[in-house]
Ligand binder design. Sequence first.
Ligand code: SF4
Length: 422
Amino acid sequence: MMVYDNINIIFYKPFTFIFMLIESTFIMVELLSPGGNLEKIRIAIDYGADAVYSGYKKFGLRSRAGNLDKNQIKEAIAFVHKSGRKFYLTLNSYLFDKEFDELIDFLKFLNNYPPDALIVSDLGVLNVVNELTNIPIHMSTQANITNSYAARILKRYNVKRIVAAREMDINDIRSFVKNSSIDLEVFVHGAMCMAYSGRCFLSSYLTGRSANQGDCAQSCRWKYTVVEETRKDAPITIEEHKEGSFIFNSYDMCAVEILDEIIDAGVSSIKIEGRMKSVYYTAVTTAVYRDAVDTILSGGDYKAKIPFYMDELKKISHRPYSLGFYKDKPMQYIKSSGYERNCDFIAIVEKKSKDRIYLKLRGQLKKGKYEFFTHNLRVVYIDIEKIYNIDDTEKSIGNPNEFVYICADINVERFDILRRCN
Ligand code: SF4
């Protein structure tokens, strides 16, 4: 077994810790990570999120994420609070009258197990939450709040935080913070939508799955042709690239390289999109943004770390990155509707015992070269020569969902990630 322990890029200046303590008393920025299910919540907290957001089986805008049932909500809140972090629940669908009885029942349940905030979009939901609970309210990005004037009205209705519309640029964000006394949360990483703040009927029209009720089929990522009204049998292919043209397909957002400006603008919380993405995505994005926030707040050499951050963020599945609307407009054209990915997620470390590393497999494990991605952003290279079943018999290939172990005397811990990179 060959092991190469890579450079951990710690560039902190002397007395960083003390400086961090002093600095953090003045500037606090919450790192908010996606918690699509209990496992992702655990990973997000483990990798340094200050708070996680999840959805219930209904009323949230990701109906195909794992989501949580009532028992899982209780479990998640207990776990997150025991870790000293915060748990927010999404109730950001747009509802019809017929759905309110069920919402009211659910809110009664939440009164016994209150999350730290409810994320809402619909004014009717806002009204009912206010009438039936004392749970703080965050106004969802889906509510399209783009200015401090709207925020002032919402403050009268127990809204403690606005999740900024993604169409706000860095100057809009500065202006909002200056002109309002309400917390502002902004997205810094994840998928973008070609429709204005996600208000889109494309998916609903083409598939019957409504984006406004959390069931988007990602129809904007498909290929389209132009049809002249009187010549329906002569569709015109739209060609911008020989490999295809996906004219509604927005680039992803990755704002790590301007995170210092975003924090300086006075936001209270930075949010990572992706409740439906893998635990690997959750781990890497949370670890990278955790380190970036801490480095910025501590006066560390954040700029020097940006190439490493970008390198790591390109190892998770993503579309080409843009800065969203922060500086310009996100690009809308790419040559593929799929994701780019430089590494495959192979396993998660379940346990380390002496020189044995127990792995829960998510991909296929064969002999060969791999890397561990660890909590503190270390990358440990490893050449795996033998794979063992739990009963100590050797095997040549491990398959997804199996438990196996490998032998290596290296410094990894529970929930570190094993991946195979190109
Ligand atoms: S179909 Fe595309 S543009 Fe419409 S809501 Fe879904 S992701 Fe957004």
